[in-house]
Design a protein around this ligand. Structure first.
Ligand code: KIV
Length: 295
């Protein structure tokens, strides 16, 4: 079982995030919310220690870690496995786990049971659910069951087949209005924040202005209350298409390739391991071994 650390000592809680809604009357005191995805223990530790406020075990796990070509195959068991690892590395950040495709589509009761597993067994402090108006009842039932919910509207990758690809959403007036209805529905159902993914900056700004809960943008421009990126995009480990909005802060792909090539070269030419990187027998035994070699 994985347990979230207690509040205090700088631990970020759901109410802390809720209170970070941008306040236009005192813009100087506002700080944007920082969120990154994480899928394993060492990364979670580094991001937590770097001060990232929300760690999201996204179902992007399927694409960036497990090698699936979409998020659809990700299972609840896979999410649990990775959420537990992230839990072990997270002391301060709020830990949110994605509900994967199929884990909240059959019935409300089953969805609540699945979300509870992410909390009880995974140590998540909140779950993220893709979808807007359609999820109204589910979100309010989860909140009633003491499970904080982060909504997710706009480009929802679990709807890839219905959307026909990873396209920017809310580009027409009708689509923008629907997006706003979705975000409002998520808020009225009791979500504590909402991710806006791949929507025009102007639409995200309007929704951010209308809602009382914080918006966390990804490909939604700078006016949201916070930002989220996929960790692999941030550090240059993206495989395949790199979205326009994903600013890369490091090039780990090149670093890792160089390290692996250098290792192979050193092993092949015998320079790894060196004597200093080897263990040695005690002097007495060494003498005996050398003497035996001579006879
Ligand atoms: O799965 C994920 O990583 C996400 C973020 C991109 C918001 O949903």
């Amino acid at each position: 079982m994985s347990v979230a650390p207690r509040a205090g000592n700088g631990k970020i809680t759901v109410p802390d995030i809720q209170s970070r809604k941008f306040n236009s009357s005192s813009p100087a005191t506002n700080k944007k919310i920082t969120c990154l995805t994480a899928y394993d223990y060492p990364t979670a530790r580094l991001l937590d220690e770097a001060g990232v406020e929300i760690l999201l075990v996204g179902d992007s796990l399927g694409m960036v870690v497990l090698g699936y070509d979409s998020t659809l195959p990700v299972t609840l068991e896979e999410m649990l496995h990775h959420t537990r690892a992230v839990r072990r590395g997270t002391k301060r950040a709020l830990l949110v786990a994605d509900m994967p495709y199929g884990s909240f589509h059959v019935s409300i009761d089953e969805s609540i049971r699945n979300a509870m597993r992410l909390v009880k067994e995974g140590g998540a402090e909140a779950v993220k659910i893709e979808g807007g108006e359609r999820r109204l009842e589910l979100i309010s039932r989860l909140v009633e069951a003491e499970i904080p919910v982060m909504g997710h509207v706009g480009l929802t990758p679990q709807s890839i087949n219905a959307l026909g690809g990873f396209h920017v959403q809310g580009k027409s007036a009708d689509a923008a209005r629907q997006l706003e209805r979705d975000a409002r529905a998520v808020e009225s159902a009791g979500a504590f924040s909402v991710v806006l993914e791949s929507v025009p900056r102007e639409v995200a700004a309007r929704i951010t202005d209308k809602l009382h809960i914080p918006t966390i943008g990804i490909g939604a421009g700078p006016d949201c209350d916070g930002q989220v990126l996929v960790f692999h995009d941030l550090v240059g480990l993206t495989i395949g298409h790199k979205p326009k909005f994903a600013r890369q802060y490091a090039n780990l792909e090149a670093e890792i390739s160089h390290a692996a090539e250098a290792y192979c070269n050193d092993v092949r030419d015998g320079s790894f391991p060196s004597d200093a990187e080897s263990f040695h027998s005690p002097a007495e035994l060494r003498e005996q071994l050398l003497a035996r070699q001579r006879t």
